[in-house]
Design a protein around this ligand. Structure first.
Ligand SMILES: [Zn+2]
Length: 279
């Protein structure tokens, strides 16, 4: 240090770190918006227009401050978006937010040709299953009056390498298909999978693309799905606590190897599960 070195100012106090909130906000297609609904004695209602229907939005908080947790569809156009807040007895009020653009990468996969060019029988099966899944996805369970929404921070359902493949635009055997709408976690067949949050089993099935599949309902339109399972140890109606093992990793359905495909849904939109778990 030279003789004429300027005195260094005292290092500024570190800014207080805001407590982490779950899910984290990320206003992009496939992300989550957190929108303040202000104070109210009772949990307010909020709706989002999805396709041609209004669907309820998950609301967390208390009388001091309520927050709408909004799933942004992967197909959402960047730009202005809004939800409709319904105050008790008041008139509907639009709450606007902005969806930032996000270009997901393209992924090319080679799979069995029969899972890309479907036979008439497989096509009919797929369409039946799609309609059934749409009914499962429409589940919206109100929390009992006065019951607070528990923390939405999730456990990782299975240990293993987590791919950052959410949102990838997938090309199967050279043909573009729906984007990848979940997180893949690589693990050997038979590895136990635990519930990331308390929830109720709302669907158990064996589907053409998803293989062995379980859906959980965590309340207020927050659902999670587990695919390609080798074993499912639950029935519809079973209630799970966070951490309960309920199924096992497998390689059923359209896969290239054993892994868990984990999906998280808000207001009928698949969102990035990474927003619900610590990095
Ligand atoms: Zn997957």
């Amino acid at each position: 240090m030279g003789l004429h070195a300027k005195p260094q100012p005292a290092s500024p106090a570190k800014p207080p770190v805001a407590p982490a909130v779950w899910p984290q906000a990320l206003q992009v297609p496939g992300g989550v918006a957190r929108l303040s609904l202000g104070p109210a004695a009772a949990r307010p209602r909020a709706l989002v227009r999805q396709g041609d229907v209004d669907v309820p939005v998950l609301v967390v908080g208390d009388v001091v401050e309520w927050t709408a947790i909004v799933g942004i569809p992967l197909a959402a156009a960047p730009g202005d978006a809004f939800i409709t807040a319904l105050a008790d007895g008041g008139s509907p009020r639009p709450l606007h937010y902005t969806v930032a653009p996000k270009r997901y990468k393209e992924q090319h996969l080679q799979v069995s040709p029969r899972t890309v060019d479907l036979s008439p029988e497989d096509q009919a099966r797929y369409e039946r299953e799609r309609d059934h899944q749409a009914r499962v996805m429409a589940t919206f369970t109100e929390l009992p009056a006065g019951q607070a929404q528990p923390s939405l921070r999730m456990r990782v359902p299975v240990p293993g390498r987590r791919s950052s493949s959410f949102g990838l635009r997938r090309v199967f055997n050279g043909q573009p298909r729906n984007p990848h709408s979940g997180m893949d976690i690589a693990a050997p067949t038979g590895t136990p999978i635990v519930a990331p949050l308390a929830g109720r089993v709302i669907d158990v099935g064996d589907y053409f693309f998803n293989g062995g599949t379980v859906w959980l309902d965590h309340g207020q339109g927050l659902l999670s799905m587990y695919c390609h399972l080798s074993r499912m140890d639950v029935r519809v109606g079973d209630v799970l606590q966070a951490g309960d093992a309920f199924c096992q990793v497998g390689a059923t359905g359209r896969v290239t190897g054993p892994h868990l495909h984990w999906g998280v849904m808000l207001n009928r939109s698949m969102v990035d599960p990474a927003l619900f778990i610590p990095a």
